[in-house]
Design a protein around this ligand. Structure first.
Ligand code: FAD
Length: 461
């Protein structure tokens, strides 16, 4: 039997993969460990479309791929709880899930340079009541906010520690196929083949096709999941300041009037910018903000998404969401669309002239257009009703000059069946956003630390 190169090979260098590597290396300095990542080293990641230019469709997107993962340039909001961002609480039980989420927070503290102050925010009873009185539910959770700049710095420090402690970091290594070999695994990549006894797949949302193909190859059952479709909303920062000054990130659930569907307002960015991201050739909207006061804008932005859970026989919610985003790209000449709320409710497109006169100055150069041509009636109705509902707790949200960017969608990846410890096959663990269990930094990282402990406890079985 040939000796495998690695005891544990992690595929994907996002927060899940990094935390798994950290958990393994900190407890066992002898393990032969590597992280294969299809994107670049964190220092080399840069987007040619930065500064509001349109996406140029790089073969591997530097925003979503590379060491530090999809969260590298994010706002670095770590939700220290289980109420949203995934179903880890259901998977592990609340106490155990919280133990690992807290452990992620401690690792972040370890790699935070002295002198940098990281803020944590708690809940607020008065704002909760205000929402309740207006038929809205403000979700409660502690949040650790790093900010984009600190988040990147902390990730760089963590990655440097892994390198210094003998973890092989393999950038630009796209794992294309996995096959059993000598009781372990052989991985075919765009470079040389790699072999390992155990695999941790931490491929994020970006790796959905890779995980799907592997599950079909190994006969692993998969469940389909919910999808959220909607828009990124931008307005003057002052409109949400009552909330953002007290709880940092308002996450609000709404039950819509016409369809009684569930929508949610989340991913709030105070003084932030709207951004475009390329998800495997489809450009969608997102947003972030910087901790550095000098980089703040006079706007805030957040997502409003409508949740859809399909029933039999349809089982491809991800493709459903992608097809509407593609439609928006088609109308927007390959770019995200932007529309004034006033134009949307009057049934007319936004044009450059009206956008030029808008009091809210767009922070993303998007194509002025008509979102109603790219969104199904039900979702559009849900979004409009949610904006009016939010206007009751933050007056001005439904102003004519409020900007809507589309589309934005969030979906859980397909969910392969696992053994309770996130092992989907003998010797293969699946963690993070790619597992269909979570969609946030804290829970992805927590899964990485949890799986590291399981592998060590099992004697690398
Ligand atoms: C703009 C933006 C802002 C966000 N803001 C926040 C936030 O503030 N708070 C929050 O909680 N969450 C946020 N998120 C979500 C968060 O980034 C993700 O939940 C988190 O990154 C998931 O971590 P992960 O390790 O599972 O996957 P990822 O971070 O997606 O990492 C997966 C990595 O695997 C690599 N990969 C995929 N397939 C292969 C392959 N076949 N071979 C080799 N490598 C592969 C990818 O290139 C990628 O680098 C944000 C996301 C974006 C895009």
């Amino acid at each position: 039997m040939t000796q495998a190169q690695y005891d544990v090979l992690i595929v994907g260098g996002g927060i899940g993969g990094l935390m798994a590597a950290y958990g393994l290396r900190r407890q066992n300095p002898r393990l032969r460990l590597a992280i294969a990542e299809k994107g670049r080293m964190v220092e080399q990641r840069s987007c040619p479309a930065a500064g509001g230019r349109p996406c140029v469709y790089c073969p591997v997107c530097s925003i979503t791929s590379g060491f530090a993962g999809a969260g590298a340039f994010s706002d670095g909001k770590f939700n220290l709880g289980t109420a949203y961002g995934g179903t880890l609480g259901e998977e592990l039980g609340e106490n155990l899930a919280m133990q690992y989420i807290d452990a992620v927070s401690e690792v972040l503290d370890t790699f935070t340079p002295a002198g940098i102050e990281i803020r944590e925010y708690g809940s607020n009873e008065a704002l909760k009541l205000k929402c309740l009185q207006n038929n809205l539910r403000l979700l409660d959770m502690n949040v650790k906010h790093l900010g984009t700049d600190n988040n990147l710095l902390i990730m760089k420090n963590l990655i440097a520690w892994l390198r210094e402690n003998g973890v092989d970091l393999l950038p630009n290594t796209d794992v294309r196929a996995v096959a059993p070999e000598d009781g372990g695994w052989r991985l075919t990549t765009n470079r040389e083949d790699l072999t390992a006894k155990r695999l941790i797949l931490a491929t994020g949302r970006n790796g959905a096709e890779f995980v799907g193909a592997l599950c079909r190859q190994l006969g692993i059952a998969m469940k389909s999941n919910a999808v959220d479709i909607g828009v990124r909303v931008e307005m003057k920062d002052a409109i949400w300041r009552e909330f953002s000054s007290q709880i940092y990130e308002p996450k609000i659930l709404c039950r819509t009037k016409t369809f009684e569907d569930r929508t949610r307002m989340f991913c709030f960015n105070q003084g932030g910018i709207v951004s475009a991201e390329n998800n495997d050739g489809v450009v969608t909207a997102n947003g972030h903000s910087f901790a550095d006061p000098a980089k703040k804008t006079e706007n805030c932005n957040f997502a409003i998404l409508s949740s859809i859970r399909f029933t039999e026989p349809f089982n491809n919610p991800t493709e459903y969401a992608r097809s509407f985003s593609k439609m928006a790209n088609l109308i927007g000449s390959g770019n995200v669309l932007v529309q004034r709320f006033g134009d949307l409710i009057r049934g007319r497109r936004t044009n450059d002239h009206r956008l030029g006169q808008n009091t809210v100055i767009p922070t993303l150069k998007a194509t002025a257009g008509d979102l109603s041509l790219a969104l199904p009636h039900r979702i559009l109705t849900n979004i409009i009703e949610t904006i009016y509902a939010l206007d009751k707790v933050a007056p001005g949200t439904a102003n004519d000059d409020t900007l809507l960017y589309g589309l934005e969608s969030k979906y859980y990846s397909i969910k392969p069946v696992h053994d309770g410890d996130f092992r989907i096959f003998e010797g293969i663990y699946l963690i993070g956003d790619g597992s269909g269990i979570c969609r946030g930094l804290s829970q992805s990282g927590a899964m990485g630390l949890y799986v590291a402990d399981r592998i060590l406890a099992d004697g690398q079985r």
